[in-house]
Design a binder for this molecule. Structure first.
Ligand SMILES: [Zn+2]
Ligand SMILES: [Zn+2]
Length: 472
């Protein structure tokens, strides 16, 4: 056996030992980080208001020896926590914002904790806590084994439509990173090769002239009319755009009383497509629908841009690496209590095709367009990004539901969270000890990107919409 080969084999077996040791240590740390996830689940703070959640994560990272940069991009709940120095620089992203209206107790029936209050229907309480768990574990290993390199936790707020990561990218927070690791709660385990939908969102405000709706309607100009003409035009538009597009909207203000001609109305709209350049074209036409509404109703239109995210650029090399590590970690096994919880939840689902038990497996990465959107998409266009999902939700439970919010607050969510944290740790160990893995991630990134230049669709002077959850 050659000396080089012997050295490589020894290095591999040392790493395998390190990985098994890390998995064991993490089993004993699981309760502590599970508690962190439960606290964030209870805080249930919406986008850009996640003060307590961010403080909790910052406190843990500070105590573990990371140096914290607060107020990244001028966002009070955005931060980075860095440990170590030199190359490679590996990032781990953590989210912690909740969703409005999804307040839910940790029980398998619809039961809000606070009626109409926010809840963790996307499991971001687990997302932040697992990434924290991974970051602290990797740091401890780097200290113990004197591994060179930099580790950075990204505290990324307002993923749900607020685009926190876009402003962090703009502020240069990802400039020196070699690879970013990202994960998301799901109803199955697996490395992801799936993309997401590019998205634009805006609030369309119409300003009219108030009048008595019965005594002097001719004196009024209805802002609601303007809004409805816009909305109807958008409905006609649907027929003439690619069928893979998505457009959805809500009326956040439609006037105050039927007998007053509304002088103010607001429509909040999202548009999505698997490709950003195609979405650009659709977006221009939506703008024309809005102008048509204002023109026909003789009202004034104001448009406030809210958010825009790219479709995710999958990374083949990182997906293969994550897949290998996830197979070492394994899936989620239920206790009899969890099994009973899962079965009760399952009875409330319309789609029961995914069987209970499938959460024990690790699925192979599959290519596809995806159906959601995320600001992690933009990160994937500026730095090679790994993405994985774990079974934090009962099989068949979609995100953004009371069922997912319930799972995110109990032991099933926490078990999935541990699978995620372990998978991130093992993958980071490979990246720190084998420079070829980082090179392969960069090569995959360049190949998929194929020369496309990332340019954020957020206007250069647009500030983070810190109050986007409030309606005007
Ligand atoms: Zn979500
Ligand atoms: Zn999410």
């Amino acid at each position: 056996m050659s000396k080089v080969l012997l050295f490589l084999l020894t290095a591999l077996s040392v790493l395998a030992d390190d990985k098994s040791a890390a998995l064991k240590t993490m089993d004993s740390g699981a309760v502590r980080y599970g508690d962190v996830s439960r606290k964030i689940w209870e805080f249930a703070e919406v986008g850009y208001k996640e003060t307590k959640s961010a403080d909790l994560l910052k406190g843990e990272l500070r105590a573990a020896g990371f140096s914290i940069v607060e107020n990244v991009a001028g966002i009070p709940t955005a931060f980075t926590a860095t440990w170590g120095q030199g190359k490679p620089v590996i990032g781990i992203m953590g989210e912690y914002d909740a969703l409005p209206g999804l307040s839910q107790a940790d029980v398998p029936e619809r039961k809000p904790v606070i009626a109409g209050g926010p809840g963790h229907g996307c499991g971001h309480n687990l997302l932040g806590a697992a990434s924290l768990f991974a970051a602290v574990t990797i740091k401890d290993w780097m200290v113990e084994k004197k591994i060179p390199g930099t580790l950075r936790f990204y505290g990324t707020p307002a993923e749900e439509g607020g685009g926190g990561k876009l402003y962090m990218i703009r502020a240069g927070a990802f400039k020196d990173v070699d690879t970013v690791l990202s994960w998301h709660p799901a109803d199955h385990n697996g490395a992801s090769l799936t993309s997401s939908l590019a998205i634009n969102s805006a609030k369309f405000r119409f300003y009219g002239k108030p009048a008595h709706a019965a005594m002097a309607p001719e004196a009024g100009r209805s802002a609601l009319d303007g809004l409805m003409i816009m909305a109807n035009s958008v409905e006609f538009l649907r027929e003439h755009i690619p069928s893979s597009s998505r457009i959805h909207y809500v009326i956040t203000n439609g006037g105050s009383a039927p007998n007053i001609v509304p002088d103010y109305a607001e429509l909040f709209l999202y548009a999505r497509h698997p490709s950003m350049p195609v979405l650009d074209g659709i977006w221009e036409r939506i703008m024309k629908c809005a102008q048509a509404g204002a023109l026909a109703s003789e009202t004034r239109l104001e448009t406030e841009f809210i958010d825009s995210s790219y479709n995710t650029l999958p990374n083949d090399a990182l997906a293969a690496l994550v897949d290998k590590n996830m197979r070492m970690v394994g899936g989620v096994t239920y206790t009899s209590g969890e099994q009973a919880f899962a079965e009760t939840i399952r009875q409330t689902l319309t789609d029961k095709t995914k069987p209970i038990g499938s959460q024990e497996a690790v699925e192979a990465p599959k290519e596809g367009p995806g159906s959601a959107s995320t600001d992690a998409g933009d990160v994937s266009w500026v730095v090679p990004m790994a993405e994985l999902g774990t079974a934090t939700f009962v099989p068949g439970v979609p995100a953004h539901t009371w069922q997912s919010a319930a799972c995110a607050g109990m032991s099933i969510g926490r078990k999935g969270m541990v699978v995620a944290a372990k998978s991130l740790v093992l993958t980071a160990m490979d990246l720190y000890t084998d420079p070829k893995q980082v090179e392969a991630a960069k090569a995959s990134f360049e190949k998929r990107r194929a020369g496309f230049e990332y340019r954020s669709r957020v206007p250069a002077d647009h500030k983070p919409p810190l109050n986007y959850r409030d309606s005007k």
